[in-house]
Ligand binder design. Structure first.
Ligand SMILES: *Cc1c(COP(=O)(O)O)cnc(C)c1O
Length: 446
């Protein structure tokens, strides 16, 4: 019963594929958000169901949602979910190879590792660097904070101190909490007028903390802040970290992808000096949710912080010369995440990604320029593909835009004030969508 025959499989696949085709073709016209119910459906029955019925139920549930895959989703960090990546996922799950330890599927681990090596080169990391695909930047950050602690403090040290800014993502505080550092060990360095880390202040705080018996060990530079897209002065933070022997972690969860473009690389100068970099291909490489990556300057340090063994693993060969991913992160059994990055990169070619990222960058510049021309709209400083602005009644404007069903935007607070926020990042978002949102803002602030 659990292994359907070839005919049944073909029929199921056809049914699901037809659904997916209709879904993708419908995205352009689909409402940007639809209200949903949180009613709990019945538990599974003992008897078999019909795929068509279950698919209809899934489709109905999926439609009661914010249309995160559509071209008009401009909130948080859009990433439509590349179809090529969906196919890779299908293949990876169907073959279900074990890639926690390299020897059980060495050629597939090599394939995943080839993407990590390519990324290390793109980010300018030296020989000996490495990394691992994770479920997202939060988990990448957890491993980075843990590795920094092991490398710089050795044993657990309650006086270990971490430096962030008010714009650092909360996943750093969460990772610090999980790894045993209380909130008072996270020092919030003020930013300058451009909302970038004030590195001189960071230096002074580190000196003061050392004088008070604390042990500074980790500093976080953000490459693309969540609220504004702004990038910390990474080169200066790197120099400070080197002088003070701190671990330098770059949170490029969103902004990391801009390293793939010439214009972006200039903005991210200094990222190659990082000890670790977190980046989310499920944001700025347009992949479906569930794909982050941690890159480290020293794969050996990442391994030293995560390696573990058990008697039941004694048959496994650890001498393949490839990384055993179970030794580089908290997971033992893991999905074969590499394929959903590898297939799109090879199928579309890297240039297609560089061009798409550049296109979104152009669209955000266009959006900033056009919004500035609208009377009653104040455009605040932002970078990369995030645009932040206010109107006389920003909350009402956001409500109106989202209730129109044409777009879905989000907001943030800057300087304590409510601020609208647009992020252009879906591979499905193009000039016509951006022009339409500009037109609506113009109409509704008049
Ligand atoms: C999204 C984001 C994170 C968290 O990443 P997840 O993939 O959601 O876990 C961390 N830092 C920044 C800057 C982000 O934008």
């Amino acid at each position: 019963m659990l292994q359907p025959d070839r005919e049944t499989r073909a029929e199921w696949t056809k049914t699901v594929t037809a659904f997916v085709e209709d879904f993708i073709e419908g995205l352009e016209a689909a409402p940007a958000s639809s209200p949903g119910t949180a009613l709990l459906p019945p538990p599974p029955a003992e008897t078999p169901g019909e795929l068509a019925d279950l698919l209809a139920r899934f489709g109905d549930a999926a439609s009661q949602a914010v249309e995160t895959a559509g071209p008009r989703y401009l909130a948080y960090f859009p990433a439509g979910g590349l179809y090529s990546s969906v196919l890779a996922e299908f293949l990876a799950q169907a073959t279900n190879r074990y890639t926690g330890v390299a020897s059980t599927a060495p050629a597939l681990v090599a394939l995943e590792h080839s993407v990590i090596r390519w990324l290390c080169a793109e980010f300018g990391l030296p020989a000996g660097s490495g990394g691992i695909f994770t479920t997202g930047a939060s988990l990448a950050t957890l491993s980075a904070v843990h590795t920094a602690r092991q490398d710089r403090l050795g044993a657990h040290d309650p006086n270990g101190t971490i430096y962030v800014t008010p714009h650092t993502h909360h996943c750093v505080a969460k990772a610090a909490h999980i790894t045993g550092f209380p909130p008072e060990r996270i020092r919030v360095v003020p930013t300058d007028a451009a909302l970038r880390m004030d590195v001189a202040r960071a230096q002074a705080m580190i000196a003061e903390d050392r004088a008070n018996g604390l042990h500074p060990f980790l500093i976080i530079g953000t490459a693309g802040a969540t609220s504004t897209g702004i990038v910390d002065p990474l080169d200066d933070v790197a120099a400070l970290a080197e002088r003070e022997s701190l671990w330098f972690h770059v949170d490029g969860a969103y902004g990391g992808a801009f390293q793939l473009t010439e214009r972006g690389r200039a903005i991210l100068t200094g990222i190659d000096r990082a000890d670790s970099i977190a980046w989310d291909p499920h944001k700025s490489l347009f992949l479906p949710y569930g794909t982050g990556v941690l890159l480290v300057r020293s794969e050996a340090k990442l391994r030293a912080a995560h390696v573990a063994d058990g008697d039941y693993l004694q048959d496994l060969d650890h001498g393949t010369g490839l990384p055993d991913y179970a030794d580089l992160g908290p997971e033992l059994t893991r999905e074969f995440r590499g394929l959903r990055v590898w297939l799109p990169l090879h199928l579309h070619g890297v240039a297609a990604f560089r061009e798409a990222i550049d296109e979104k960058h152009d669209l955000a510049d266009h959006l900033r320029a056009e919004l500035k021309k609208i009377d009653g709209v104040e455009v605040l400083p932002s970078d990369l593909t995030v645009v932040v602005f206010r109107s006389a009644d920003s909350e009402q404007l956001l409500k109106r835009l989202n209730e129109s069903g044409r777009f879905f935007l989000s907001s943030t607070r800057l300087g304590g004030r409510f601020t609208l926020r647009i992020c252009v990042l879906s591979h499905r978002t193009h000039r016509e969508h951006v022009d339409e949102v500009i037109e609506l803002v113009r109409r509704w602030t008049a």
